[in-house]
Design a binder for this molecule. Sequence first.
Ligand code: MG
Ligand code: MG
Length: 255
Amino acid sequence: MPWKRGISLKTPEELAIMREAGRINARALAAARAVIRPGVTTADINAAAAEVIRNHGAQPAFLGYGEPPFPAVTTVSVNDELVHGIPGKRKLREGDIVSVDCGTVFEGYVGDSAFSVGVGSISTLAEKLLRVTEAALEAGILKMVAANRTGDVSAAIQEVVERAGFQVVRDYTGHGVGRAMHEDPQVPNYGQAGRGVPLREGMTIALEPMVLVSTNETAVLDNHWTVVSADGSLTAHFEHTVAVTADGPLILTLE
Ligand code: MG
Ligand code: MG
């Protein structure tokens, strides 16, 4: 499933299917969240999400994605790992923060969302990072209305993050989503209000602030997937798939 060029506007019928894909994805993430505690492996987290998708008769969007093909249903990223961590034998420890990203395909449409959470008790800095990253996502969602442009969304995310003294990623962006997991437009986590693509009813965009404590530079590990902060600092990631509708922003990836 490569990046699909061109912006597709979804009909109300398509949005209803995407809402169902998003709901299943949210349930998968809830199951993943429920197993997170010290001693659990990142593979255990992945298995919990995978079971939910399977039980709903849906398909995982990440499994086999890209090159080399991604080998799991979720990405699980710990501490300095920002996104795209490969689930495996790593055991979570008290004080870690873990980000879980998942994609579900239902009746041909994709739901894409992610959360980050602390493992046991975490540092004050880690708590602030989680709070700010989630607040940045909420600020972006509020800008998902038809009179705005993508730059309004980007600028709102950036402002929340930088006002808190943190950094937004440059190398990875939010994105349109629909029949393909990645569609136009790209929605960076930084930008200028009033610029970019005009938002229209029926657009569906995965907003995903990726936030780093002390750098905006990233590196990719030798496994070709895992993206880490260049300086080893903590990172967090929250994501929702959101539709622009006549009634305002509609979050598709809630339970
Ligand atoms: Mg995602
Ligand atoms: Mg995404």
